[in-house]
Design a protein. Sequence first.
Length: 314
Amino acid sequence: MKKISIVVPCYNEEESLPLFYDEVNKITEQMKKKCEFEFVFVNDGSKDHTLEELRKLAKKDKRVRYISFSRNFGKEAGMLAGLEHATGDYITTMDADLQDPPALLEEMFDTLEAGEYDCCATKSTNRKGYSFLRKTFTKWFYSIIGKISKIEMVPGARDFRLMTRQMVDAIISMREYNRYSKGLFSFVGFQTKWIDFEIEDRQAGVSKFNFWKLFSYAIEGIVAFSTSPLVFAALVGIIFCIIAFIMIIFIIIKTLVWGDPVGGWPSMVCIMFLVGGIQLFCTGIIGEYLAKTYLETKHRPIYIIKETEKDIRK
């Protein structure tokens, strides 16, 4: 019988975990004649009682496994740790907030069992609970990265997906420190079937992603899967060099023909500020890529494990 590993990154989810476990357990009961299950929870340095809740679940249910980090390493590290420690034939990644409906698991499993697809992924058809600003920037992000990246970025794609062991092994083989999972899922290829659904309201707790964290995550995705910003910076530099050359010729001709009366300093100051701002912007783009390279060369561990369910089962 095939086994499904359910990987769940957790950060301050003590209120959501009991609800999540109960809801997913209903699905596992429905599917128990088709496959076996294991839960792989990853405690990403939570500051509440998430770890205590995971200990309780691990003592109550032998299918529950957990990994607890020594500190907060981020959701991407949590997802990688869960994928690396999952033992199932199929692996799914889910959030503990129940915004992604666990009821889709059976349809996803049947899809992969048919043998045509290697991955069954979900994408949202709504932006329920998103502010106008977040909706606008999300739309812009997918529009931009879709044009400048060589890999497919599906608008509304969620982390909730069921993958074959072969696909998961391919994702794990990429050991980059700066990870953007949605891009990695696309980069490895494999046949993917997409399922549309409407995002549900969070059942408990609060979202850990504010606008600035999401903005930083978007920059991570662009830098990780496209070098177009560097080309843009170089192009802007060439354009301003051409403009400067034309202005030099214009000033020389103007001086020879009409003289050079004192004046025009306000416009000159404005131009200096504009050019200086463009230079800093382009330097910032280059610095972002340099920073990512710097972090990669350190070869630091992506995460550090402090405790697992084995420690309480000894």
